[in-house]
Ligand binder design. Sequence first.
Ligand code: PLP
Length: 423
Amino acid sequence: MKVDTKCLHEGWKPKQGEPRQLPVYQSTTFKYDTSEYMGKLFDLEASGYFYTRLQNPTNDFVAEKICAMEGGVAAMLTSSGQAANFYAIFNICEAGDHFITSSAIYGGTYNLFNVTMRKMGIECTFVDQSLPEEELAKYFKPNTKAVFGETITNPTVTVFDFEKFARLAHSHGVPLIVDNTFATPVNCRPFEWGADIVTHSTTKYMDGQGVTVGGCIVDSGNFDWMAHKDKFPGLCTPDDSYHGITYAERFGKGAYITKATAQLMRDLGSIQSPQNAFYLNLGLETLSVRMERHCKNALKVAKYLKANSKIDWVHFADLEGDEYNDLAKKYMPNGTCGVLAFAVKGGRENSIKFMDSLNFISIATHVADAKSCLLHPASHTHRQLTDEQLREAGVAPDLIRLSVGIEDADDIIADIEQALANI
Ligand SMILES: *Cc1c(COP(=O)(O)O)cnc(C)c1O
């Protein structure tokens, strides 16, 4: 099946007489007939559900769908994209470990890595992703355990060079973890380019209608943990909290997700509610048609902005001549996403005037939604930073992030045009 078909038919596959739509298993608990069987569940010797803090069937059907769309072997849902990125790293890094991340990443992830995980004793190095391979190789240390990046960055919309980073990660014996939120598996499947683990904030395009916060982690099953045993003791040596199970031996390609479920979900409990997983599944059903429309609309809007004399600059990788156009064509030939960045001439003052004059394009701390919305990081998400600090974070003070929705493109352009007329 092609990814468009998988959106509808992977995951829940009803048998004779079963509901056509995915059922919500609104239950914390699951019943068993013998205490012996229940014991086996706790020893991970038998598979089955016992408590929704660890796993729930509704969530697993949705995770299975996303897994199939990405071409992975195992997946899990989390309560948010933040939880997904935290678990993805924490599953293989502990106090004293180090990882490398592109500095061009979502602000929430930046804080998670730079502040909270540092407090836990996990260090990371932020790197400029455009540096040549030899330069990037210098940042690896003996305790480096992973490399992290985003397919398309939020909010600067740059494109990640998968092949370069996969070579770097693998030649140093560590996995490449990629946040594929903006492209979605409809437009990009990072496993085909060497990524080992993919994460998502399903809050964005996957849900698509601003209904639920959620996340997902998918494992390609391609990284050979046992070949780098010394680096990954959590997967390659016995887990005392599970009677000495060695995940990589017992679960093979499923080891990474099994460990994240059995240890991290058990102990930290960032499970997605089954009701939210149901809404997410509805979003996934229409993802491929929405992505097509988002990309088409965004390109039209980007071309309009590029040609407008009141606009200083436009970044959109699908735009001919954009700095990232070559990478976009290589990794996302059907289009990147509906998010673009641009600046109105005349600095912060004009940017604010422009935004306040819009009609249906709303100012929202949200992105990748069916309804067009926009945000000025310097006055909103990043308002505590000075212009200098903003530039250091790679966010121009005049950058406006526009998330182009699935309305008629001409209406979107008309709204922008009337707002520009006010400045
Ligand atoms: C929004 C976002 C996140 C965080 O996800 P939440 O669901 O808000 O926790 C992570 N990565 C990217 C690229 C995002 O856009």
